[in-house]
Design a protein around this ligand. Structure first.
Ligand code: G6P
Length: 372
């Protein structure tokens, strides 16, 4: 009933607003004296963690985009090649797996059949399996060698929101733990990541507060038929997630693209009035990528696109080329997508609402798909 929604109009709205706590609770007890410590990984034995020479992240849907974002951080901190694969593709191509491979599955429910079958396949091949899961004692974490739980709390809305940011958080913690154990994580990088995590729940609350601005934007755009999302580096999977949200609950055709790929095809889609959300990297922490994305914005604007830029507060370079600007708190390049996805979640929710749809129960979808 309405009471369970805590005064919000939908579970999804409530869950978007709970994201500062979803992150805070996932971090709890795992930042110890300026280090990341995950006892569930320690139990696997340090030699095993040191010997891992390849990580494959498997997941479906939103969880796979969390996996794509996590892959950047794990490679950077633990210096292990990481590949992300959809669970249902992984198992049918005879992947190269050895006893030094680690498979990390990501699943909110821990019951997604495609992912469970992929995990079972990995276990049969003798690889180390780690489950990132939001549901205590679900099948996937029980089957896996180690379970690193996200503590986002129960997620009711079919479209995943708070579980997504908690999954990224857990994957980053795994990357930091592995980096420390393997000796690949520089002390200053570790200190900076811990600092970023400590301030993240607060910044997340600021990102949640973009709701009103986004609601207004969605109101103006209620009859939009197609929306594009552009991002670069970790902003790319966040753009894919923004597009997925819109497809799932607003039934609007949406595509996410890597900003650099624009000129290799998608720019042909740009026509007068085409709405494009652009996730703009920070000019402070990523000046080169920032300049590239600003030039992408100029190119699409010149072709008539309506540009909605998600920027770091104080970024004025984009202003001459944008129709709308959503400002987010200053953060670190790897942490940006965690904040950037929030206005995209609100946008999907508000467009769905504007179309009179059931935000929490979209047609044809289930919260957890327990068939292959
Ligand atoms: C379903 C849901 C998606 C979700 C995906 C993976 O398709 O509709 O929102 O991202 O399953 O779910 P999982 O529980 O494995 O994270």
């Amino acid at each position: 009933g309405a009471a369970d929604k805590g005064g919000w109009s939908s579970f999804m709205a409530k869950e978007i607003s709970e994201q500062p706590d979803a992150i805070g609770n996932t971090l709890r007890g795992r930042l110890v004296d300026g280090h990341v410590d995950i006892p569930e990984l320690t139990e696997l034995g340090e030699p095993r963690l040191r010997e891992v020479d390849r990580i494959i992240i498997i997941a479906c849907g939103t969880a796979s985009y969390a996996g794509m974002i996590g892959a950047y951080a794990i490679e950077q901190w633990a210096r292990v090649p990481v590949q992300v694969e959809l669970s249902h593709e992984f198992r049918y191509r005879d992947p190269v797996l050895t006893d030094r491979t680690m498979v990390i599955s990501v699943s909110q429910s821990g019951e997604t059949m495609d992912t469970l079958m992929a995990v079972k396949y990995a276990i049969e091949r003798g690889v180390t399996t780690v489950s990132v899961c939001n549901t205590q004692s679900a099948t996937i974490p029980r089957e896996s060698d180690a379970a690193v739980y996200t503590h986002a709390g129960p997620e009711v809305a079919v479209a995943s929101t708070k579980a997504f940011v908690a999954q990224i958080t857990a994957l980053y913690l795994i990357g930091l733990h592995l980096g420390r154990v393997r000796g690949t994580l520089a002390a200053d990088a570790e200190a900076e990541a811990v600092r970023q995590f400590e301030t993240l729940p607060e910044k997340m609350a600021e990102a949640v507060a973009t709701h009103e601005q986004i609601a207004q934007l969605a109101h103006w755009m209620a009859d939009t038929r197609s929306v594009l999302f552009l991002g670069r580096h970790v902003g790319y999977p966040a753009a894919l997630e923004g597009a997925l949200k819109l497809k799932e609950i607003a039934y609007i055709h949406a595509e996410g693209f890597a900003a650099g790929e624009l000129k290799h095809g998608p720019i042909a889609l740009i026509d007068h009035g085409q709405p494009v959300f652009v996730l703009v990297p920070s000019p402070r922490t990523s000046p080169l990528m920032h300049a590239k994305v600003v030039s992408n914005i100029q190119e699409i604007r010149a072709r008539g696109a309506r540009v909605i830029a998600i920027v770091e507060k104080g970024d004025t370079a984009v202003l001459p080329y944008t129709d709308d600007v959503v400002r987010l708190p200053l953060s670190d390049a790897l942490f940006d997508p965690i904040l950037q996805v929030v206005p995209l979640q609100w946008f999907a929710l508000e467009l769905s609402t504007a179309k009179g749809l059931d935000v929490d129960q979209p047609r044809n979808l289930a919260k957890s798909v327990t068939v292959e």
